[in-house]
Design a protein around this ligand. Structure first.
Ligand SMILES: Cc1cc2nc3c(=O)[nH]c(=O)nc-3n(C[C@H](O)[C@H](O)[C@H](O)COP(=O)(O)OP(=O)(O)OC[C@H]3O[C@@H](n4cnc5c(N)ncnc54)[C@H](O)[C@@H]3O)c2cc1C
Length: 377
């Protein structure tokens, strides 16, 4: 159950809206051209509490509920998907360590994470195992001093610079999900080697990359979930991730719709504004109707998560629908802008790249259909 402190919420939403407008929007094009994580903006986001949203007050966070996280994800996603991914992933590591790490371990990292001084990431995926999480090969071997970890992770948000990693590793080759354990890994320690950030077709503010662990030693108290529990813990937290990714997709479509609506009032063709051509405005009406449906699915999944009820189906449905909605409606809304929509000052192309990323992270669209199919049987 969450502990939303109602009076904080409107202030935080207003501060986040100002932050998105004043800090994110003017800089996104530069972050992309420089192909980097927006560390300065993450520090600025931390200053208004965004890195400590769900972190308990006792740990210096705001102790707020998931409903607010989802609203913020839509608001910030409207400004930039990549930045929001980077920010939320750091937040998630802070919240997880505050919740699951022994106090001495959490004390080492949580204050820096919520101050934006350190970046966090969560690493499941490997070059040879994405959808099939149970097939990961990074191996954690018991030693007298703790756990020796060897292997490599790939396609990880924030990996290009992350300081603190929540890492999933196999403890018994071939054991699948039941052998997987979860550790906190410190990028400053011996045995950790980062790979250069991945060069992609867009969305570089996500800081996508990978790293190798070669004889890395995790102490016993740095195991966050033992074998038998880590796989399940990952699946529980994935419902939240699916829901806020869906909200970010809605944010991108909402922003594209807002821009196209405004443009349709000022741009004329055949003697009248675009918005007065039925064929033109129906396109926007469709986007608006689908977006309203997507928002309801996100609200439903968020309500289930906040009340501690099983949200697997609702979260999978919300992410599948909202990702598809963004992949379809962002090009349609860009088309409504004519050539003007291609200008870099508009977010259509950038948002579409964000929607493509959304279709993979935290369960690809195909894996979501598998989950939905299994749950509706
Ligand atoms: C920008 C970015 C950021 C990411 N951030 C993180 C992160 O922070 N942490 C992390 O752990 N991972 C992260 N990922 C990885 C992401 O979770 C994986 O991309 C995703 O799990 C899919 O795995 P894959 O790309 O290896 O595709 P594969 O598993 O190789 O699948 C390839 C294609 O086949 C489909 N497919 C696979 N199996 C089946 C099946 N049984 N039935 C039907 N279709 C199937 C998939 O849906 C996909 O379309 C990130 C990815 C990207 C692109």
């Amino acid at each position: 159950m969450h502990t939303s402190v109602t009076p904080v919420a409107p202030d935080l939403m207003a501060a986040a809206a100002r932050f998105a407008h004043d800090v994110v929007a003017p800089q996104v094009a530069r972050w992309e051209s420089e192909r980097r994580i927006a560390r300065d903006a993450i520090t600025a986001a931390a200053a208004i509490g965004l890195t400590g949203l769900e972190v308990p007050v006792a740990w210096g966070g705001l102790g707020l509920g998931f409903d607010l996280k989802v609203q913020l994800a839509e608001l910030l996603g409207a400004a930039d998907f990549g930045f929001t991914m980077s920010l939320i992933n750091t937040h998630n590591v802070a919240a997880k360590l505050a919740r699951n790490a022994p106090p001495d371990v959490a004390r080492r990292y949580v204050p820096d994470l919520i101050a934006g001084r350190r970046l966090g990431c969560t690493a499941l995926t490997e070059a040879t195992a994405g959808s099939d999480f149970g097939a990961i090969r990074t191996l954690a071997t018991r030693t007298a001093a703790g756990w020796r970890i060897d292997g490599a992770k790939a396609w990880i948000t924030n990996a290009a610079e992350a300081d603190v990693i929540v890492l999933y590793a196999q403890t018994e080759a071939g054991a699948g999900g039941r052998g997987i354990a979860c550790f906190v890994v410190d990028a400053q320690r011996p045995g950790f080697a980062r790979e250069p950030a991945f060069a992609l077709s867009g969305q570089h503010s996500i800081g996508t990359g990978g790293f190798r662990l070669d004889g890395y030693l995790a102490r016993d108290d740095e195991m966050l979930h033992p074998p038998g529990q880590a796989f399940k813990a990952a699946l529980v937290s994935i419902n939240g991730a699916r829901t806020y990714i869906a909200a970010m997709c809605n944010g991108m479509v909402g922003e594209a719709l807002r821009i196209a609506l405004a443009y349709g009032k000022t741009r004329h063709s055949f003697g009248k504004p675009l918005a007065e051509h039925q064929g033109w405005r129906w396109r926007l009406a469709e986007a608006s109707a689908e977006l309203a449906g997507g928002r309801l699915l996100v609200a439903q999944a968020a309500a289930l998560i906040d009340s501690g009820v099983d949200a697997q189906l609702a979260a999978a449905q919300a992410k599948w629908v909202c990702t598809r909605l963004a992949e379809r409606q962002l090009p349609a809304l860009a088309q409504a802008m004519g050539a003007e929509g291609l200008r870099e000052t508009y977010p259509f192309g950038r948002h579409l790249a964000g929607a493509r990323v959304a279709s993979f992270v935290d369960g690809s669209s195909e894996m979501l259909l598998e989950r939905i199919a299994a749950l509706i049987r």
